[in-house]
Design a protein around this ligand. Sequence first.
Ligand code: COA
Length: 247
Amino acid sequence: MLNLKLSHNPLIQYRPIRTSDLEVLEKIHGDLFPIRYESEFFQNVVNGRDIVSWGAVDRNRPNEQSDELIGFVTARTVLAKDSDIEEFLRYDSSRSEQTLIYILTLGVADSYRNLGIASSLIREVIKYASNIPICRAVYLHVISYNNPAIYLYKKMSFQCVRRLSAFYFINGQHYDAYLFIYYVNGGRSPCSPFFQLEDLLERPLSKSAVANSWTTIFPRLSNSILRVQHALWMLSDFKLGNIGKPW
Ligand SMILES: CC(C)(COP(=O)(O)OP(=O)(O)OC[C@H]1O[C@@H](n2cnc3c(N)ncnc32)[C@H](O)[C@@H]1OP(=O)(O)O)[C@@H](O)C(=O)NCCC(=O)NCCS
């Protein structure tokens, strides 16, 4: 794609973030985000301490800039049982080791926007998460007015599952956030139609239910059908892109 902000044709490559990126990484975070991150965060990123990250560089930049970061994504692994999104997972308590990948920061330098760089960085995260058999989802928060990022996550098939009131506190003001989830390795929402159907089919029938047959089974069936309908309604709401609505 033609980028009018660049005077040359970029050649974008992706590589791990390393210690020599520290200064540039701090600078781009400072330029792109209204939140200030502690220096410990950057140390953890460049040293790969509890954080995984990918960087984008433009090999066609002159000389020493050809290895300088122009985009990045950072993420960390969290245990599903310790996460704050447990209610959005069909969580099996007997599998307490299940994990999630939480995207901490994602950014692309202004002159390199709309070239698909953030999409590629997110794909790296999804690939990474998908290769961990016990990982069930990639998730993130985005401030409610960040339309380019919201558009991007929807385009990448993340599901917007909740609006969180006053999630961020920046410069003395509260801002809402959206919670986006991308399920991997069979992870899914408890209110997905698939879960509802599976729940209906899997739930064992008690002795009395068998004895009382239809009188007991019918209310349960109709209740489950209602839940499936509700799940389908939610799904169509998200697909229609009613993201700006407070719910
Ligand atoms: C959000 C951000 C990472 C996107 O990076 P990017 O490399 O430009 O993203 P991509 O090129 O992969 O995709 C951008 C898409 O958003 C679209 N887009 C850009 N601005 C938009 C806007 N204001 N409204 C709607 N869509 C927009 C582009 O057209 C493109 O879609 P397309 O591929 O269908 O044409 C970048 O804008 C950024 O760094 N922003 C500042 C930091 C930030 O907000 N990070 C996210 C925090 S959650």
